[in-house]
Design a protein around this ligand. Structure first.
Ligand code: SF4
Ligand code: SF4
Length: 85
């Protein structure tokens, strides 16, 4: 039996493809991170986590869709989306 993709999974696949085509990558300046957790709270694909000591955020690309939510939400302005092209 096949299952139909959900609207969310279809959109996520579309955004991920769009990000890839635009060559966008997260650039993160760890030096300025205060581990406030705002990026974890807003990322729809769970790309952010805390270090084991809890003192810094860590970016793990679990299908970033380049939505810019983390870049807009970070109070320290240490996250950027940049094109590699
Ligand atoms: S741009 Fe930021 S919030 Fe959006 S999916 Fe990528 S890591 Fe998550
Ligand atoms: S929102 Fe910015 S300062 Fe807060 S944990 Fe994420 S990267 Fe660090």
């Amino acid at each position: 039996m096949t299952t139909s993709p959900t609207l969310w999974s279809s959109l996520t696949e579309h955004w991920h493809l769009a990000r890839t085509l635009r060559g966008l990558r997260i650039h993160f300046d760890q030096e300025g991170c205060t581990a406030c957790g705002e990026c974890f709270a807003v990322c729809p694909t769970g790309c952010w986590t805390l270090s084991t000591e809890g003192e810094i955020a860590i970016f793990v690309d679990r299908g970033c869709i380049a939505c810019s939510a983390c870049t807009l939400q970070c109070p320290e302005g240490v996250i950027e989306l940049k094109s590699q092209k």
